[in-house]
Design a binder for this molecule. Structure first.
Ligand SMILES: Nc1ncnc2c1ncn2[C@@H]1O[C@H](COP(=O)(O)OP(=O)(O)O)[C@@H](O)[C@H]1O
Ligand SMILES: [Mg+2]
Length: 401
């Protein structure tokens, strides 16, 4: 007889946005966050807090902040305090302060008009709403790189200074900044930087055994009993550990391996399923990130991948990147963007971790930027981009920038 097997009990527990009830190995950092925000429960208008969370990809920055936010809002509610935790991803907001503030306001007024305001006005509006509703807000700005890359110091300055000219009024607006590398703060003005560096929570990469604990929890939540053996779990944890302690990679592997097991009608997730999964999942560059790039950012990146595909070199210069991009533009029948615009692409792609840039001195002419492609084979990235671009072209939207 033919049985349809399914190794999953609840696949959604492996979703990237799922916030688990426990965070193994982040107790200390969670406690620290709670300490920083203790005043919210004791005397909410007393102060405005700013906290910085840093750590590599997959160290749990996002989930730590969200877990904290959910718990904090719940505890505040029990005490009759109108505390709101709003989590926005700056990259999804295209690094725009306007969009970030809009998301925050929509939390209070779901029908707030989408146009007709400047970022400054939105900031004022937000404070006004908080006053009117006697509400407090903890705004988590995730992937803050994007905001800094696009807007420099200015937007963050505004966010951290929002309370300054109302010192007598209750403080209502706190900020959690989430950033991969603290070095992005170097580009900020001194006072904004020191404000943020004051309360910093650093997340270290997970060790093999820590990854195992995290993944074990997920297996119990998402898989039927007995479908993922200890040795399979260990195998996945090892792969994630060798990718720099990236829990996200581990969870994605787990999910995909389960998918393969189902597709092959296996009653258990075998190591071969894991190997197949590993061949599909790139630890550093994720498809949704590539997808979110603008048309010309994709074309520019495609130029870079083509270059590396046909070259043994590990680095290319900005000039070479521009040349490769020009060829791609011709192929796709697109008008080239100018030099300044391309610099913005380089900054953004490097902020997203897709490319890496380094300054190197070349002789008398000073410094030049060297671009490299970490993590992903150029040919795979090229294939992915070509695929996405061809569907995009078919939909052919003349307004993409
Ligand atoms: N300590 C932990 N316990 C449980 N799940 C975790 C833990 N740390 C990370 N994760 C999970 O790993 C994945 C990556 O975490 P995430 O917060 O997105 O990392 P980051 O934002 O630092 O890139 C998410 O699915 C998250 O739920
Ligand atoms: Mg994150």
């Amino acid at each position: 007889m033919y049985h349809h097997t399914n190794v999953f009990k609840n696949e959604s527990k492996l979703d990237i946005n799922y916030v688990p009830p426990r965070l193994p190995h982040r107790h200390f950092q969670l406690n620290l966050l709670n300490q920083f925000f203790r005043f919210v429960l004791e005397n909410p208008g007393k102060m405005a807090q700013r906290v910085l969370i840093t750590g590599n990809v997959g160290t749990g920055k996002t989930v730590l902040s969200q877990h904290f936010g959910l718990e904090m809002a719940r505890k505040a509610k029990e005490r009759g305090i109108n505390l709101n935790y709003v989590h926005v991803n700056c990259r999804e907001c295209k690094g725009s302060l306007f969009m970030i503030l809009q998301r925050a306001i929509l939390n209070f007024h779901p029908h707030f008009p989408k146009r007709g305001y400047s970022a400054e006005e939105l900031l004022q509006t937000l404070i006004q709403i908080l006053d009117e509703q006697n509400a407090y807000l903890i705004l988590a700005t995730d992937e803050l790189e994007a905001l800094i890359q696009i807007g420099g110091s200015d937007p963050l300055y505004k966010l951290t200074r929002i309370q300054e000219d109302r010192l007598k009024a209750p403080q209502r607006f706190s900020l959690i900044c989430i950033l991969r590398e603290p070095k992005y703060l170097d580009s900020l003005d001194h006072s904004t930087r020191s404000t943020l560096q004051h309360n910093i929570i650093r997340l270290e990469e997970y060790s093999l055994s820590k990854l195992q604990d995290i993944l074990k929890d997920r297996v119990d939540l998402a898989f039927k009993y007995g479908t993922v053996s200890t040795s399979t779990l260990h195998f996945i944890a090892e792969l994630a550990s060798s990718e720099g302690g990236d829990a996200r990679y581990g969870i994605e592997l787990l999910w995909r391996a389960g998918k393969y097991a189902d597709a092959l009608q296996l009653s258990e997730v075998s190591p071969e399923c894991v190997r197949k999964a590993a061949a599909d999942v790139y630890p550093v560059v994720r498809k949704d990130i590539i997808f979110s790039l603008s048309l010309h950012e994709k074309l520019f990146l495609l130029g870079i991948t083509r270059y590396f595909k046909h070259s043994e070199a590990a680095y290319l210069s900005m000039g070479e990147a521009e040349g490769a991009y020009a060829v791609v533009c011709e192929e796709y029948d697109e008008k080239k963007r100018g030099h300044t615009q391309l610099w913005k692409y380089v900054k953004k792609l490097s902020a997203l971790g897709i490319i890496r840039t380094e300054l190197s001195s070349v002789g008398q002419r000073g410094k030049t930027t060297c671009i490299s492609l970490p993590g992903v084979p150029a040919s795979d990235l090229e294939q992915e981009l070509t695929k996405i671009l061809s569907t995009e072209k078919r939909r052919s939207n003349p307004h993409v920038n």
